[in-house]
Design a protein around this ligand. Structure first.
Ligand code: LIP
Length: 288
């Protein structure tokens, strides 16, 4: 399915699917939810925790997912839905929407700008293996960037002003770095102690081998930065489908290989994204 991911062909597209129409919906949903979480944030945002004391969910994560769910019920009632905050609707159309209502929730909680809303339409049934994105949109409302992609049609970036004005589409493509030494990489870490210890051990091996590491706190933004060449590569273990679905397609349509570090699709085990020359070098460094 997504170009350049190295995995076996995924499930087939429903024959009557209108990818251009789905792409417009993905962009509208990402923009609408992004404006909601940016503009309606209360002064003291309510929060609770999930898998660990530092795995936070805010009331705006929940409100954003509820807004996305309601819009999809209006626009695409036959489609499925999988959301980070618990939405789970079986598909009757062969299309499922996979959404992260705020990717980078810790950054959102601390009022840091690197968070995004990630919206993808996929075929297959995530998290079961074999699913694949066909349209994707990532909107980072504080950074003012909207990245989008449609299967086979390339990856685009648009400027989004605070006024709501959306700028012209720019085609994006990965950078040309072909060696590890000069490579600027992005990565991220999980929420559970034993996972973080293993990730720190891997980081100790990676850091001396590359130019530098950026830990921005949002997988969706990390993958989009690979797409537009502002980092050379990205790797992370422990991602859920909602973290990576849209960014996977955007990076792949920008020319990146996006895999599990081997020949499979990106997964919770490992996600590795880089241009086709750098990818095998990065994968051999991190895929253990
Ligand atoms: C985040 C991921 C990021 C990871 C963070 C966190 P969330 O997702 O996008 O890559 O490093 O630890 O999991 O939880 O903010 O939606």
């Amino acid at each position: 399915m997504p170009a350049g991911d190295g995995s076996a062909p995924g499930p087939r597209l429903p024959i009557d699917v209108d990818l251009a129409g789905l792409a417009e919906i993905a962009a509208e949903l990402a923009l609408g939810a992004g404006r909601l979480v940016r503009d309606d944030r209360p002064v003291d945002v309510a929060r609770s925790t999930k898998s660990s004391a530092t795995d936070v969910v805010t009331e705006m994560d929940t409100r954003s997912e509820a807004w996305l769910r309601a819009r999809l019920q209006q626009l695409r009632p036959e489609d499925g839905l999988l959301g980070e905050e618990g939405s789970s609707v079986e598909s009757r159309s062969g299309i499922t929407w996979v959404v992260d209502p705020i990717d980078g929730t810790t950054n959102y909680l601390y009022r840091l700008p690197t968070y995004a809303v990630s919206v993808a339409a996929v075929v297959g049934a995530p998290p079961d293996p074999g699913w694949a994105p066909v349209v994707g949109a990532v909107f980072a409302p504080e950074l003012g960037w909207l990245w989008t992609a449609r299967l086979g049609a390339g990856a685009l970036r648009r400027r989004v002003e605070l006024s709501g004005a959306v700028g012209r589409e720019e085609v994006v493509s990965t950078g040309g770095c072909t060696e590890l030494g000069p490579a600027l990489l992005a990565t991220g870490f999980g929420y559970r102690d034993q996972v973080r210890s293993a990730q720190a051990t891997l980081l100790a091996r990676v850091l001396p081998a590359v130019r530098d590491i950026r830990r921005l706190g949002s997988a969706a933004i990390d993958l989009c930065l690979v797409a537009d060449g502002r980092v050379d590569g990205y790797y992370e273990s422990g991602l859920n489908p909602w973290d990576l679905a849209a960014g996977w397609l955007i990076a792949a349509e920008a020319g990146a290989l996006v895999t599990d570090g081997r020949s499979g699709a990106p997964s919770m085990t490992l996600t590795v994204a880089a241009n086709p020359v750098l990818h095998p070098l990065l994968a051999s460094l991190v895929a253990h």
